[in-house]
Design a protein around this ligand. Structure first.
Ligand SMILES: C[S@@+](CC[C@H](N)C(=O)[O-])C[C@H]1O[C@@H](n2cnc3c(N)ncnc32)[C@H](O)[C@@H]1O
Length: 344
């Protein structure tokens, strides 16, 4: 495996968006203190009374099964969070490498004995080529496209680049050669903002209206959800979609459990003072973002709102992608990389 590479060491490094870092700095103040180590949905198999821990375990095991992870497999986890998937891969005798743009996550992962790096996937250089049997992105790709990318019309380029990067990271001789993703998507009920609305404050919209909730999520979490079929279109030449499962209800159950638990922990004598202390420190560093995040999660519940109701405003898709052996010619790849770099 390649040496530890910091995200600043690539020759023309892509910048990580401030909001994404702020989002995970915020969560680091709250989730670990509440005993929560998962930042994506679990899998309840239709049983809303299922336990949170089992649902999370189901999800990582399912993802590892999707990529045929077994003893000796080399797995890349893009956005490893608190490393639960890497630990489950290690339990199978596989070697997992995790990358994340969140410094506190990397610190915790290293302290846990995991092979993790502070690295934006866009900065994975040639030294990583053909190093993995499979790649997993469990809840990270929602952060890859941003409102200014939408305005500049480069969302497709960014997703296409994602698939191209994952393609070159996979060993063409591996028997697995898969990419597994879980990503929240827009659907036909999503209150997608117009270009003019994209950078507006949530408070420019009616309180608790669909557009208010959407703007709130965008400005606290950072990113923009893909449209239906957009990823399939962008994966062409690199990966073929071989499986798709709708996990929206799972994300609904997870989100409700998360924030009911967080509220209880904030009110508890054991953990409350520590969580409030962490939040005060975070507020002093990032007053606007911390305030918005607290409103989003605990007051308006904009995050939870997107998965509520019979017809939720977003759709969570778990997708499994098969490696396509012959990608586009290198000349075309170089031209497209240049175009992406110039436009970002
Ligand atoms: C919603 S969390 C999911 C974490 C973990 N997979 C889990 O299920 O708990 C998203 C993760 O993606 C990471 N991330 C966001 N943008 C990234 C990028 N450009 N490159 C690498 N990781 C990124 C974040 O740091 C975070 O670890």
């Amino acid at each position: 495996m390649s040496p530890n590479v910091d995200e600043t060491s690539a020759s023309a490094p892509a910048k990580t968006r401030k909001t994404v870092k702020e989002c995970y700095d915020f969560f680091d103040c709250v989730f670990p203190a509440c005993g929560l180590r998962d930042l994506t949905e679990g899998m309840y198999h239709g049983d809303p009374t299922g336990s949170y821990q089992q649902a999370q375990r189901n999800q990582v095991e399912w993802l590892l099964d999707q990529v045929h992870c077994q003893a000796g497999s080399r797995i890349l986890d893009i956005g490893f969070g608190y490393g639960t998937l890497l630990e489950a891969a290690r339990d199978r005798g596989a070697h997992g490498v995790g990358i994340s743009v969140s410094p506190p996550q990397v610190e915790r992962g290293l302290a846990n004995g995991l092979d993790v790096r502070l690295l934006n996937y866009r900065n994975m250089g040639e030294e990583w080529n053909e190093q993995f049997d499979a790649v997993i992105a469990n809840g990270s790709a929602e952060h890859f496209v941003h409102p200014d990318d939408i305005i500049a019309g480069r969302a497709d380029q960014i997703y296409r680049e994602l698939f191209r990067i994952c393609h070159r990271l996979i060993d063409p001789a591996s028997p697995s050669r898969r990419f597994a993703t879980t990503i929240i998507h827009c659907n036909d009920r999503t209150p997608v903002p117009t270009f003019a609305e994209l950078k507006k404050s949530p408070f420019a919209f009616a309180w608790r209206s669909p557009k208010f909730h959407y703007a709130m999520i965008q400005q606290t979490f950072g990113g923009f959800y893909p449209e239906p079929q957009q990823l399939e279109r962008c994966a062409q030449d690199y990966f073929r979609l071989s499986g798709e499962v709708d996990g929206t209800e799972d994300y609904h159950l997870t989100s409700e459990q998360w924030f009911a638990h967080v509220r209880r922990q904030m009110m508890s004598l054991k953990n409350g003072p520590r969580i409030f202390g962490n939040l005060v420190r975070q507020f002093c560093r990032r007053p606007r973002h911390t305030t918005l995040m607290l409103i989003c999660l605990l007051v308006t519940e904009s995050w939870q709102e997107q998965f509520r109701g019979e017809h939720p405003a977003t759709t969570l898709l778990r997708q499994t992608w098969d490696y396509v052996p012959s990608p586009v010619p290198l000349s075309e790849e170089i031209a497209e990389t240049k175009a992406t770099l110039l436009s970002s």
